[in-house]
Design a binder for this molecule. Sequence first.
Ligand SMILES: [Mg+2]
Length: 136
Amino acid sequence: MNELTPYQKVKQFHKKFNLFIGDGKKLPKKEFDLGIRLIMEEFLELNEQIIYDHSKGLPSDNVEFIDAIIDLIFVLYGMLVRLGVDGDYLFDVIWEANMNKEGGVMREDGKLLKPKNWTPPQEKIREYLIKKGVLL
Ligand SMILES: [Mg+2]
């Protein structure tokens, strides 16, 4: 294990194999399409693993299931690397917003819903992009 964050590790992977790393200003259509295609591919691989084994109380093939989830995380971070935005900072923006969901109603299936007066993270994302000079 090294000290890099998951986002930094994905960026390191892009550097090592000369994959596209965005500057935050422009994302070529080809790279946009590739990033999305990789996400779709990994999502489909996860989809193939959505089989629950009631006798084990676990996903049917836990190895493949976990592999599919991490692969998906990897390509999701890869999309942020392509976009050239700080995945660690932006993850924290979303994390903080989620941590501020006190008072939100718990849906029947266990999903915590947004409380009234909850501040959505979009404004902070917008501020970040303005600071980066991408949005005016
Ligand atoms: Mg895979």
